[in-house]
Design a protein around this ligand. Structure first.
Ligand code: GFB
Length: 317
């Protein structure tokens, strides 16, 4: 690690958070504001289309951000990934190359790129170490998104190698929390289950349908913990190698469903729709590298689900 490369972040430095309305971007904005940063730059999609190269270059030339958190991406759950492969690969490739290239051209001091645990091979040894990247075939339901994210990591590496651009890549595990997408067709499993159990409770249904077999295992990180890790690593990590960001522990989808049912207060049965895909059997991240860099997740899964359910009740009904 070469800490000297990261200049001390001044509280009035302009920091661009790309994707500030999303789950991750909104958590990073909350975190930066709590830390006292006063010039957090944000743009909605209608103000700045990140797939428009010229518009992105013009934005960077005019605003001259000192730092960038690249949290803008087309994301979705297993079904959305499987149904819209072209959108997932195109939009993510465009956003990444436009933002990383414009940031380098505008003299940005440092950029953080966010990937995903689905970049690793489907059958990578568990827990998954960073050096598993590109050692085997990907999970077919999300290979288009994964290929785009791998290209993003490699773009950061290439700009570092050729131009000395300080871009770091962090690989979060499955995320959840306030600001998540609760649309049942496009969401990830955790918000989908909160909504399904909540609506079943209100209707007095006797059962809730959960996709797949319930046996796949997933690791869930509360998004405010991710934002905390991002800021921690932004201040202290300057290497080319990716860093996994997870909790080091996972649950089966069946265990998750029971937990969400308990938090929401649904007393009926859980049934499994095995016509829906399971996806990768397991993707637990090895977090020893992150541990060595002085960071650990704080929010227990049950507490995070409670906080997310509360946010859902206040915001989404
Ligand atoms: O969260 P999820 O959509 O994405 O699904 P992945 C995780 C598991 O939960 C799968 C099951 O085995 C699903 O079949 N599941 C059960 C459900 N019920 C539901 C439900 O109602 N909705 C959803 N969505 N799932 C995504 C990738 O994979 O993870 C992305 O497609 C990204 O590329 C993201 O990496 C983090 O964990 O399978």
């Amino acid at each position: 690690m070469t800490e000297a490369m990261t200049p001390a972040m001044k509280l009035n430095a302009p920091i661009f958070v790309a994707g500030h309305r999303g789950l991750v971007g909104s958590a990073i904005v909350r975190r930066l504001a709590a830390d006292g940063f006063t010039r957090v730059l944000t743009r909605t999609r209608s103000e700045l289309d990140l797939t428009d190269k010229r518009a992105v270059q013009a934005f960077f030339a005019a605003e001259k951000p000192a730092y960038v958190f690249l949290a803008a991406a087309k994301v979705g759950g297993i079904l959305a990934n499987d149904t819209f492969p072209a959108d997932f690969i195109r939009e993510n490739l465009e956003i990444q190359i436009n933002v990383i290239d414009a940031a380098w051209r505008a003299g940005v001091n440092k950029l953080v790129f966010l990937g995903s645990s689905c970049i690793y091979p489907k059958f990578a040894p568990q827990p998954i170490r960073e050096d598993s990247l590109l050692t085997g075939p990907l999970e077919p339901t999300n290979e288009w998104y994964a290929i785009a994210k791998i290209a993003g990591i490699k773009t950061c590496e290439a700009y570092r190698k050729q131009y000395g651009f300080n871009a770091i890549s962090l690989m979060p595990t499955n995320l959840y929390g306030p600001g998540d997408n609760f649309d049942l067709k496009s969401s990830h499993v955790l918000p989908a289950l909160i909504r399904k159990f909540h609506e079943a409770k209100l209707r007095g249904d006797s059962e809730v349908v959960v996709w797949g077999t319930g046996t796949p295992r997933r690791e869930f990180l509360y998004v405010d913990d991710l934002a905390d890790a991002c800021v921690h690593l932004f201040r202290s990590y300057d290497d080319a190698g990716v860093v996994n960001v997870g909790v080091g522990d996972d649950v089966s989808i069946a265990e998750l469903a029971s937990l969400v049912g308990e938090v929401v207060g649904f007393a009926g049965r859980i049934v499994y729709d095995t016509t829906k895909p399971d996806g990768t059997p397991r993707k637990l991240l090895d977090v020893s590298r992150l541990d060595g860099l002085g960071w650990k997740a704080k929010t227990r899964l049950e507490d995070g689900i409670r906080l997310t359910y509360r946010w859902y009740l206040e915001s989404c009904r």
